[in-house]
Design a binder for this molecule. Sequence first.
Ligand code: SAM
Length: 155
Amino acid sequence: MDLKPSKLGTKDYWQDFYKVEIRNFQENPSDTGECWFDDSGAQDQIVRYVADTFAGQDVEVLDLGTGNGRLLFGLRDEDVEGKFLGIDYVATSVELAQQVADAEGYDVEFQQVDFLKSSAWTDRRFDIVLDKGTLDAIALSVSSDDKTGPQLLRN
Ligand SMILES: C[S@@+](CC[C@H](N)C(=O)[O-])C[C@H]1O[C@@H](n2cnc3c(N)ncnc32)[C@H](O)[C@@H]1O
């Protein structure tokens, strides 16, 4: 079944979205922004699963399309140890996530990377690769380039 393309599948949408979220955060530091699938408790379930499964271990975690970085911060709040990297293809996401990390003292690295177009991140090895809402957003893209993503991820 073909999905109808949506603005959620465009880079411009996310660039503008996190620009607004940065402004909100600067005006009110307790507002760290939208958390995708929060209504269904997705973040809590992911965090609980990882914290329980990897308790007491050092794990390298990659978050694809990290947005405001809150998924990784949630893991830190549950004392998950190890190196965490959040990547996102828009600069405003990385800027927001870094600002929140600095303000709240989280040890998490963020990089601006389009993981469908750059293989730089594949040089590193990760114990856990997370995605919350990112592959959904990509599935809503109209770009034929972006449709190579699922193929790339399969290989
Ligand atoms: C629905 S948001 C989810 C954000 C975050 N994971 C969350 O749960 O709040 C989708 C995110 O994927 C990012 N994204 C989409 N395509 C990407 C790509 N090819 N490479 C890196 N990030 C991408 C967007 O910029 C956006 O931050």
